[in-house]
Design a protein around this ligand. Structure first.
Ligand SMILES: [Zn+2]
Length: 301
């Protein structure tokens, strides 16, 4: 596992906080020197895939219900594309932009894809060592899980985290769905009409179950933390897998984060418990750390 560390955590960078447009009479525009528009970012990612057909493939998955439509682009990386279905390889799923306002995460997705396609390079990383690691991997990247929510942000509602019809995609999963904690915010954390009511969540569930990743890294912004299950309890799981996960996160924190990151269960580390998240659902099948970087004024994930 140690050889995977440079790949998973090299890319965080600071940015100014966004301003809550709702509390101001004028709308604060998004700084385009820092952030692509969603359309431009997805276009650039597709162009990147087009330039590297030997390593990258892309698909756009669409679904909808009750008049609401959603689509998610998924990019698959394999150093030798003909081995994309090789089940002996280590499978990693990286997802970004689950919350519309967390703009920095989708930039990170683009940067990672640029590194994987060898158009950009990591400083102080031995290329042959990195390539030896990458030879063993298949990586699926979801650069922008919540495109409809992102469009609302781009129209001026800079603090919107939910999807295009007001549902928090990180509260729409099945574990403890419908249970409300003391700090429950019905606006921010609207869980939808039922577990997996949202097309975006349905797509992500199907992707996870078919790809069957060894690791899923769900990247958010708002604080500096590396979370592992559980989100709904103030504890972490018992056992060897849990110990490995904690050890991995600790190494990442020491080597790449200047020991700034909080490590532990999502529920324990932030002082409140979270329900219905992707993290919990997936832990039943996979090892699932969550990575949260800094950017937005909201420490919720
Ligand atoms: Zn988030």
């Amino acid at each position: 596992m140690a050889s995977l560390l440079p790949l998973l955590y090299f890319f965080f960078f600071a940015s100014p906080s966004l301003v809550n447009a709702k509390s101001n009479s004028t709308i604060t525009s998004i700084n385009r020197d820092l952030y692509h528009s969603s359309a431009d970012l997805l276009e650039q990612i597709k162009a990147l895939v087009h330039r590297h057909p030997d390593k990258l493939t892309a698909e756009t998955i669409k679904t909808g219900n009750k008049g609401y439509k959603a689509e998610i682009t998924v990019v698959t990386y394999c150093r030798s594309r003909k081995e994309t279905d090789d089940r002996s390889k280590f499978r990693i799923l990286l997802s970004f932009g689950q919350h519309g306002r967390e703009l920095i995460t989708t930039e990170l997705a683009f940067r990672i894809l640029s590194v994987l396609s060898e158009e950009q390079f990591l400083p102080d990383v031995d290329a042959s060592s990195l390539n030896n690691t990458l030879d063993k991997l298949i990586v699926k990247v979801v650069p922008m899980e919540n495109l409809n929510g992102r469009k609302i942000v781009e129209e001026g509602d800079l603090c919107e985290r939910r999807n295009g019809r007001g549902v928090d995609l990180n509260r729409n999963w099945s574990v403890d769905w419908g249970k409300k904690e003391k700090d429950y915010d019905p606006y921010e954390e609207n869980p939808g009409t039922g577990p997996f009511s949202e097309p975006e969540t349905q797509i992500m569930r199907k992707l996870a179950l078919t790809f069957d990743p060894h690791i899923w890294v769900n990247v958010h912004s708002g604080m500096e933390a590396l979370f592992m299950p559980y989100d709904h309890r103030n504890t972490t799981p018992d056992g060897v897998l849990s110990e490995r996960m904690r050890s991995l996160l600790s190494k990442l924190n020491n080597v790449h984060c200047h020991k700034h990151c909080m490590i532990g269960s999502g529920g324990g580390s932030v002082g409140f418990v979270l329900l219905k998240t992707a993290n919990l659902f997936l832990f039943r099948n996979f090892i699932v750390p969550s990575i949260v970087s800094r950017e937005t004024p909201h420490p919720l994930f």
